[in-house]
Design a protein around this ligand. Sequence first.
Ligand SMILES: [Cu+2]
Length: 220
Amino acid sequence: MKLHYLQPLTLAAFVAAAGLVATAAQAQSNDAVAAPSESYVAHLSALNSNVTGRVASGDAQLEVKGDNLVISMKVTGVSADTTHWQHFHGFKNGDAASCASLVNDTNGDGIVDLIETEKASGTTMVPFDSAPAAMDVAHGTYPTASADGSYTYTQTVPLKDLQAAFGKAFDGQKLQLDHRVIYIHGVPSDTALPSTVASLGPIPASVTLPIACGKIERVK
Ligand SMILES: [Cu+2]
């Protein structure tokens, strides 16, 4: 007797479960092709070309895809075979940052050093290294340019982790990417720099010297 009742129920349950599986599979494939929910770009222009002897340029793309921020950068015209620190910089109070220029060369040595960028750009915030959400600016693993002075960088960052680390470091501030600027730094360690070129603590000025900057803009 029981079988007569169970069988139709089991069949119905099976059909329902199969339907759910199909719906889940459909949703997943929709996610895979979905456009990013937020998208940003930055076009980077050279800084301190008088020191580097090159004209750096680059493009950065930042896309929110599901739970991740996907960062990709393509950079040319930077010092060859040199590791290039790169970060977004900004103001701790959320004000919109802009790229520094020679106007910010307050000591008149012809070079805009990292400290001189602070008035226009605020402080170093998130490293574009191998683990941005760790926010370990001084110990990150940054890209090294090839022999022709170019590199590409891509990193997928769990957005929740990044936001949590950022809020902890900057008084609960939000990322506000479109209020930030991206800097690329670095010239070879044997570059002769005047002693007026300031850096952060014990970090050599050749490591932190800004060589390109671009404002992050939201793409509609
Ligand atoms: Cu930086």
